[in-house]
Write a protein that binds this ligand. Sequence first.
Ligand SMILES: C[S@@+](CC[C@H](N)C(=O)[O-])C[C@H]1O[C@@H](n2cnc3c(N)ncnc32)[C@H](O)[C@@H]1O
Length: 343
Amino acid sequence: MILRLTLLERLLHRLHLLPTPVMDTFGGVLFGRILALGVRRGVFEAAGAGPCSAADVAARAGLDDRAARLMCDAFVVAGYLRRTRAGYVATGETRKWLLQDSPRSLCHLVGYFETLYVRWQQIEHSLVHGAPARPYYEGFSSADWETYVLGMRDLARVLAPFVMRHIRLPAGPGRLLDVGGAHGLYSIECCLRRPALSATVMDFPQAVVHAGRGVQDAGLAGRISFLPGDFMNTPFPPGQDVLLMFNIIHGFSPETNRLLIHRAFDALQPGGRIYILDQFQSPSKGSPVSRFIPLMVGLNLLNEIGGNVYSMEEIRAWCGARTLVRNHRVGLPGVGLAEIALQ
Ligand SMILES: C[S@@+](CC[C@H](N)C(=O)[O-])C[C@H]1O[C@@H](n2cnc3c(N)ncnc32)[C@H](O)[C@@H]1O
């Protein structure tokens, strides 16, 4: 996090004596771009392999020497690198999130954010009209789809341990439908916990093509199948015990979400449950980060697909009176899990 203010600076900030718009519109935006570029070009891998000079980083990442020094020094100030006598080294923050072989690596997710920066060039159009000229995926190449799916998988890896403890899976044989399941990681996690569970991942064909490998590597090719297509006009297979709609509702209008949820009810077995994972808006409660990130996600989704960020209360209203909606807290600020059962 780049803005760590000292006590004095916090006081100055309160007195409106710090020109915060400079940090937000200049430092914050530029730093995000440089960080993503540093990940893509291997700056952090270089520093992760041992102390290295700016010249080593420049050679490894194919950068100008002076540029590499400026970047590394900025990463030091922001807490991603440490400068020692022997050279720059990766901090714990970087080792956890930004190195490729970390189990919690967000490298693909950061790569996906780089693709967003391109589309943010057109965000003014979306802010004026409430939606982009065309949805994000219409301009996607196969490489963009892969970046997107792997980026979502990075995020899912971080969230899965928190999410899985709230998902009630059938003890015996059962079926799970993962609507917009992309990488299939949540289906994999569920099937690994229940040997008699089988799952179907529904998503666009361009997405699921990048998911098969993970399913195979988990040894679940016989139990997890894919249903490629547009879920808006492909019927949900019936008889489901568990239906996941993870990071889906933020792409659609309230009317469409109400419809999707009621289609999901129709696909459930008696006693089955729907789980909705998303960023949730709670304008007055929670820490600044947990209120701010959902709003940024909402603005981004508006620009991606005319989407939005919703509240738990809106989900309750879409579900109707004969349902029980439980709100589970999940590990990341602003993220929530709604568990929905028909009464
Ligand atoms: C934000 S990603 C979430 C992926 C995954 N559920 C997760 O939480 O990590 C949304 C997924 O929904 C898929 N999706 C969105 N609209 C869809 C539609 N109309 N038909 C099929 N898939 C769709 C996208 O392709 C994408 O893989």
